[in-house]
Ligand binder design. Sequence first.
Ligand SMILES: Nc1nc2c(ncn2[C@@H]2O[C@H](COP(=O)(O)OP(=O)(O)OP(=O)(O)O)[C@@H](O)[C@H]2O)c(=O)[nH]1
Ligand SMILES: [Mg+2]
Length: 432
Amino acid sequence: MALKGFWDRLRGRVMPQDSPQPPAPDPEPPLPPPTLPIRPDVNTPPPYETSTGSLELPPTPLPSALPPAAEVRPREDAAAEREALAGTEPELPTAPETEAVIEPEPEPESEPELEPEPEPASRGGWFARLKAGLARSTARLTEGLTSAFRKRRLDDEALEELEETLITADLGVAASRRIVEGFRKTRFGKEVTEEEVKATLAESIAEILTPIAQPLEIEPHHAPHVVLVVGVNGTGKTTTIAKLGQQYRRQGLKVMFAAGDTFRAAAVEQLQIWGERTGCPVVAPAKMGADAAGLAHDALARARAEGMDVLLIDTAGRLHNKSALMEELRKIIRVIRRLEPSAPHSVLLTLDATTGQNALSQVKVFREMVEVSGLAVTKLDGSAKGGVVVALAQEFGLPVHFVGVGEKADDLRPFAARDFARGLVGLEQAAG
Ligand SMILES: Nc1nc2c(ncn2[C@@H]2O[C@H](COP(=O)(O)OP(=O)(O)OP(=O)(O)O)[C@@H](O)[C@H]2O)c(=O)[nH]1
Ligand SMILES: [Mg+2]
């Protein structure tokens, strides 16, 4: 109960009243035969119930370019199913634990045409989109600056106001202090214009962000490079996988998706639709509630057999408590290491920028569960809290690989520190 309360607080959500504990789950089903059938009927969704009553994050108030991820299982079912996961250590499979199905890889001639990359080689075009995406964060930040710095001397009072503005804009206490101390050292007592303050601010922010702006290097010699994507429900795991699939395919890599969120039919379907759109085969559970670790194991075996360069594994973000989620994620890792001891090669945590400071707690909790190797910060387009990226950089120093500024496959870009910093304070892009 205490853990449950903690988990809900972490998500900053008010959850529906707990359901009574379900009866003990059935013993584990017998193992299926070790070979994986190719199932051409994978597009036929299994019957499932949908409801929209207990979404755990508010819907993003933007036009949806995606199949909604809103369907939620009754909590009782989830709890019962997860009890099995939280139980004693299962035998590691010598054969896959679940029957997985894979969409046949599209014939080359029927492969969906990837849309041409928008604004090819146009860094300026992308910057305009980033800046537009950050507009709400910028507005919040510059509102405070305008009142504090119109043609005035940079004194203690002004610096205090600056610090407050930065904290209000979600940059966090430590980063805000660091920035203000920089101002104190270089500008104290001088007359400053708002533009000068913005330029210096952008430089200070870029300094904090530069060390963590690191691309996610795919190492094709891993064949495949396995990326486990984790995060609280609704933070953008599935969408980010789709966006990454599209990008890597454009780079000429062979990419496979694994629908490891095995408890929601809608989650599996969402990934399958993205697989079709981006031309990435999807390994999906044969039935809802199948073991996620077994599915990941099967997916890795398939990805190897089919010479994939990248395997992106989707995971559930919503479990009835923290220990159940931790157990599931750790089990996935244990089981895929049976096949490939160096996997997963990346553990990507998705964070929803609209949750602001809550993103910091999410990083802490997920790092207790798994070895998070990098972050993707999504929904910067719908957020007034883009400053949280600076707080994340200051507090954890984890690489930020990508930022998401929309729901479409092209709305994910590598994280560029200087551009982000200038966009955040509302300046034009720096030359070079
Ligand atoms: N505006 C905006 N919306 C986004 C972005 N990334 C994801 N979304 C939307 O956020 C919603 C949730 O995204 P999902 O990818 O389904 O999130 P998830 O983490 O897989 O969620 P669960 O499967 O429920 O755990 C979807 O409606 C997405 O279209 C982004 O960068 N910007
Ligand atoms: Mg999902």
